[in-house]
Design a protein around this ligand. Structure first.
Ligand code: NDP
Ligand code: GDR
Length: 374
């Protein structure tokens, strides 16, 4: 009965309705904001953990206060709590007071390149933070009633061992971020096996949207395309143009997170589109959205992209390579096989690559027109 609310109707009938209370870490991030929207629309009460910042960090979720499902006549369905993945006591207090039925652990220092500079911090938040959260659930005695989702990642595959990557492909992480996430993946499985927790890993491949952080490559590209077209930026500087990723849309991927949590038996799933494209292909597709056909000349660090219509001897450089964006060790090729998710969850992506790129470019064009300083 732990997950049930018992209410008596006026004619005395007792009805049992399942409590649906979700707690999200990382609610202010790209995925947290879409997942919160999805869960509110499904009738969940949604609680989010936010950390204190010196500037507002809630721009992706401000609108949720006005979401049609965020208030009932008696209850607010959307609540935020201050906490941090590095602070166990805050996690215990929040879980004790919220008594969630589903916990989605999305919080992370999620930037791969930054993890080389902040390796210890990344381990604290992404690896030990996950342990803290699982332990907080246990400390509150809720390990048998809470369902737990861990935001695992294709970065755990790292160096190519097998293509495409499935749930059975061996891991070989190539960054402090990937290594920290591998710890989180295994501690989640360990708590499932040791304590019978309903703990699941979603091994998600890259997913993007207009809400993607500005320093991930897709958003960096779509922002730059908009700014270049509007005369607000000279050129786009990138690192490795040949890395390949399996890029999907975050809206599709949060649906998979929820579906994974609804299975009676906890399990781990790859979520991916099954199509890989290079960074270069993403750049070409993004410029095509604003009517610019890119051409390339030069090689290696000297390679540049320019408007194919610019036939002058010295065409204006729109894209160039800057070694500062290369990583000490790179993941060259990620391509996921989500067959298990398709069979067991009935999940498949709705957005195509072209739709994703266009939505991101269009959104950045609107944003930069409204606010050139963005
Ligand atoms: P974002 O970087 O957009 O969001 C990360 C969230 O974690 C933010 O809400 C951030 O808060 C929060 N956070 C960071 N550090 C802490 C901390 N110490 N305590 C509490 N909260 C913290 O990531 P995404 O939304 O893109 O990704 C969500 C999760 O999924 C992450 O764990 C990521 O590693 C993982 N993932 C993402 C993929 C992708 O392609 N997007 C693919 C596979 C996995 P704040 O806003 O204050 O910074
Ligand atoms: P990734 O995403 O490392 O896959 O991690 P990111 O967009 O940062 O990089 C993708 C690829 O693009 C190359 N690249 C650049 N990347 C950035 N950020 N900036 C550049 O200027 C640039 N130039 C080339 C990178 O080298 C890389 O090969 C994301 C994050 O969301 C993780 O949290 C998540 O786990 C994985 O996706 C799956």
């Amino acid at each position: 009965m732990a997950n049930a609310d018992v209410s008596k109707s006026s004619d005395g009938d007792v009805s049992i309705s399942k409590r649906r209370v979700a707690l999200l870490t990382g609610i202010t991030g790209q995925d947290g904001s879409y997942l919160a929207e999805l869960l509110l629309s499904k009738g969940y009460q949604v609680h989010g953990i936010i950390r204190r910042a010196s500037t507002f960090n809630t721009s992706r979720i401000e609108h949720l206060y006005d979401h049609p499902q965020s208030h009932t006549s008696t209850t607010s369905m959307f609540k935020l709590h201050y906490g941090d993945m590095t602070d166990s006591s805050s996690l215990v207090k929040i879980i004790q007071s919220v008594q969630p039925t589903e916990v989605y652990n999305l919080a992370a220092q999620s930037h791969v390149k930054v993890s080389f500079d902040l390796a210890e911090y990344t381990a604290e938040v992404d690896a030990v933070g996950t342990l803290r959260l699982l332990d907080a659930i246990k400390t509150c005695g809720l390990e048998k009633s809470i369902r737990f989702y861990q935001a695992s990642t294709s970065e755990m595959y790292g160096e190519v061992r097998e293509v495409p990557q499935t749930e059975k492909t061996p891991f070989y992480p190539r960054s402090p971020y990937g290594v920290a996430k591998l710890y989180a993946y295994w501690i989640c499985i360990n708590y499932r096996e040791a304590y019978g927790m309903h703990a699941c890993n979603g091994i998600l491949f890259n997913h993007e949207s207009p809400r993607r952080g500005e320093n991930f490559v897709t958003r960096k590209i779509t922002r730059a395309v908009a700014k270049i077209v509007l005369g607000q930026q000279e050129r786009l500087e990138l690192g490795n143009l040949d890395a390949k990723r399996d890029w999907g849309h975050a809206k599709d991927y949060v649906e998979a997170m929820h579906a994974i949590m609804q299975l009676d038996k906890p399990d781990d799933f790859v979520i991916a589109t099954g199509e890989a494209r290079s960074v270069r292909e993403f750049v070409v597709a993004a410029f095509a959205c604003v009517g610019i056909q890119l051409a390339w000349r030069g090689a290696g660090l000297d390679e540049v992209g320019y408007d194919a219509k610019d036939t002058s001897d010295n065409p204006r450089v729109l894209v160039c390579v800057n070694p500062k964006y290369f990583r000490p060790s790179e993941v060259e090729f990620l391509l996921g096989d989500a067959s298990k998710a398709k069979q067991r969850l009935g999940w498949s992506p709705k957005y195509s690559f072209e739709q994703l790129v266009k939505e991101m470019v269009d959104a950045d064009m609107q944003l930069m027109k409204r606010n050139p300083m963005a």
